[in-house]
Design a protein around this ligand. Sequence first.
Ligand SMILES: Cc1cc2nc3c(=O)[nH]c(=O)nc-3n(C[C@H](O)[C@H](O)[C@H](O)COP(=O)(O)OP(=O)(O)OC[C@H]3O[C@@H](n4cnc5c(N)ncnc54)[C@H](O)[C@@H]3O)c2cc1C
Length: 426
Amino acid sequence: MREQRETVDVVIAGGGTAGHVAAIQAGRAGVKVSLIEASSMLGGTMTDGGVFMPNHWHSPRQAVVQGIGWELFKQSKEVEGLRIKPMTERRAVDTPGYYSNINVPIYATLAEQAALEAGVEIHYHEFIGEVHQDGNEWEVISFARGIKRITRCKELIDCSGDADVVRALGRPVDKARARQPGTLQYRIEGIDMQQVWEGEAQKIYDEAMEKGELEKGDWAYFGIYPFLWYLQMGGHNATHIYGCDTSDADGQTAANIEGRKRMLRMFEFVRDRIPGAERAVLKQMYTRALSREGCRVIGEHVVTLDEFMAAVPYDDAVCNAFNYIDLHNEDNGCEEIFHESEELIPTVPFRALMPKDTSRLLVAGRILSADRKSLAGIRAQCTCMAMGQAVGAAAALAVQSGRASRDVPVADIVALTVENGAVPLH
Ligand SMILES: Cc1cc2nc3c(=O)[nH]c(=O)nc-3n(C[C@H](O)[C@H](O)[C@H](O)COP(=O)(O)OP(=O)(O)OC[C@H]3O[C@@H](n4cnc5c(N)ncnc54)[C@H](O)[C@@H]3O)c2cc1C
């Protein structure tokens, strides 16, 4: 194994939803960034995980998240030749926000190009395994095929989705025993929906459940939506894996196996039993099962459900976090809790992105410091991207001013993100 030593300003663990934006922001601000990503592309859950539905760029009343994520989203629509409808032309349907889809290959490629243009060194297929603090510097040890990389840096950002860096440091994390179910994304195509009769499809599904041919969770939202919905979605985002824990390779492996077993069972059921689905094809399967929640760091502040629902104003808010609570469960599929008014726009305090009693270490994405229920709202992709942009800005400003990131004035962080297109906070 080749041992490679490097020195950069900032190391970012994970180039997923939060991490790719953090890297682009820090790189554009002029610092040297190393982005270590375990998979083969940028975007994480949004791209190679197959959850290509970032919500929410705007509320029914105003833009809530823009910045680098929005810039890439707009660019990807241009490449696709699609016009983004202005929000005044959009109407919220069943949730107070707007879902939008990205084209995975285009978005992942544009994100990669933007990172390279910002001078970011990308290391795919590489895992951060060990981390040591040495005075005001970090030593980060990562492993890839044939390479052991030892990188020294001044600031470290954990965007790993499972707090891998924070855990490697032995810092405490909160890992709820009751977790939301996970999902392996796949898509069945070729169902002739004109031939499908809702009542008949429901009866066939109900009978298969009664006979034990299908398992609870194969169709995730059995308690709140008809089975027709599964067929319309081609199974995408519609199967649950209970107890899914992807925080280590053993858990990830078990979840992948369970997800694929459920996928195949559902495909065979649909093709063989649902009239209109005789020509169904199992068209797409994404690379890995995904957890909706894993390890949350214990930060200088823990965001609570009450704070989130009341949109409590924080002095150190770094970005907006507009979303409803979307808590998936085993009872009926999902519990949704909406804000009393669409004028309530929650925010993320900088302290929730700082693991407690640490310095020169920040986090972003679904590992932020929040209680379980508020996480079910804050974990939305646009918010993860906005958090990523804020910590990327904070780390860059820290390196340039010779301070630790936790001491960078929040006004400076927000100003830098606004220079890069973020929504000014009110
Ligand atoms: C099934 C499902 C459906 C969802 N639906 C929606 C939706 O419709 N809309 C919405 O907005 N949000 C949705 N969410 C929530 C949202 O997608 C996630 O909360 C968000 O993408 C998490 O972003 P992240 O950056 O924290 O993690 P990720 O995007 O998962 O990124 C983490 C990255 O870190 C890498 N990594 C991990 N460990 C290491 C390591 N040790 N070294 C190097 N790299 C590492 C991973 O490969 C990955 O690329 C959904 C989530 C799930 C699971």
